[in-house]
Design a protein. Sequence first.
Length: 534
Amino acid sequence: MTEALLCVRDLSVRFGQNSQAVDAVKRVSFDIKAGKTMALVGESGSGKSVTAMSILKLLPYPKASHPTGEILYQGTDLLQNTEAQMRALRGNRISVIFQEPMTSLNPLHNIARQIGETLLLHKGLTGAQARERTLELLDLVGIKEAEKRLTSHPHELSGGQRQRVMIAMALANDPELLIADEPTTALDVTIQEQILELLQSLQQKMGMSVLLITHDLNIVRRYSDDVCVMYQGSIVEHNRTAQLFAQPQHPYTLKLLNAEPSGQPPAVTPQGKPILETNNLKVWFPIKRGLLKKTVDHIKAVNPCDIRLHAGRTLGVVGESGSGKTTLGLAILRLIQSEGGIHFAGTAIDKLNQRAIKPLRRRMQIVFQDPYGSLSPRMSVAESINEGLEIHNIGLATERQQMIIDVLHEVGLNPDDRHRYPHEFSGGQRQRIAIARALILKPELIILDEPTSALDRTVQAQIIELLRELQQRYQLSYIFISHDLAVVKALSHDLLVMQHGNVIEQGPAAEVFSNPSQAYTRRLLEAAFAALEA
């Protein structure tokens, strides 16, 4: 038997006190063996991340407490450690990859400084040594042109690139235990595979243990040794990975295994003029150098492309992280500068100023990839959803409250929670709040930027069904940006494939999925559906 590096025994986590107390984790026990991967799976809000953050004592104490349990790391109960003792462990012997990199990375510091900080604190590396190690780490996690990225700030990177920077920071000091909290949520399937194989190879090389927190059972099947299934704060099943997938015992485990995206997009036929058209739309970001900030080159995020989308249809946009998918969506909504024609519902909007385009905002909405970054931490859920109603002067105050209650029902949230704040919800719940905020305005076009990436499969299935139902009911048009091709297949009528800012293939989704013409598209499909069939 492999010796356990970390033992969790009878752990409970409680938030609040007295009548306000909520038990988020209930008497959980498991071992993480030296050099092995233990996966913690379950729906959003089941207690996975709370359990993991307890190991490093990163919960909001004293609001959080542990009525029972101990966490033994090499024989020492971490719950009894002082803050100074925990600081020596964090980022050094035990490291973590957080779920939402945009909230974990400092927006004011460049990448070199942020990775260098952990190297300085734990290894004393500075100057050329720190730079060399930083470049080595960035190259290790697949950041292209790593030297150019050293001076980049988080907002200048794609979601997948930010996640890779987080992974580089976590691996910087060769930890003994890596807590990976949804480490590939923002990554496309090909990079996801590379990152997981990288972690696996580093694990074998360094003898590192991994606690893998994920809602993606395909990842669990391929990369973990043991699995704990969590439901409503408790572990309902614990087994070796192969045995759990071959003979699941608990009804909830069976539900998770049967929750892969399925079905077809609503049947529609194109009629009349398209609701959205672009003509030679491109987005190039200038690179300025020198005292006079002269433009010396461009980052060609989106090269000239033509798009046509009819009412009631979904255009799926796929491609690797950094291929220009999100930039294309932002350009269509005039949220960033672009060149080329953009027509929405027969109106040319590419030349309109922000004041002139404001009335059209109600008809064009977006759900961003990172809900924690797009929801104000100072506004309750009701206030965030109500904001759009107020701006566009929709309904009376009493009517708005009922509209908020209705839309929260639609996205599967409890309306009684509408007075709570974003930090009080799980990542998946926050994503549903962001979807509700867009849906309440009943727009004609919604751009969905990785709207299900933070959601477990069971909730993904609910959201997909909800989006289909709303599309049929209101003749909504979607631009669905995603790296999850199984979800794209279940929703999209048409498909557009991007690589390095170029549209390399587009057409009816069924045709592209069944008979892709480009080698890159075939590679994407093979990576995605090989994982599903594994």
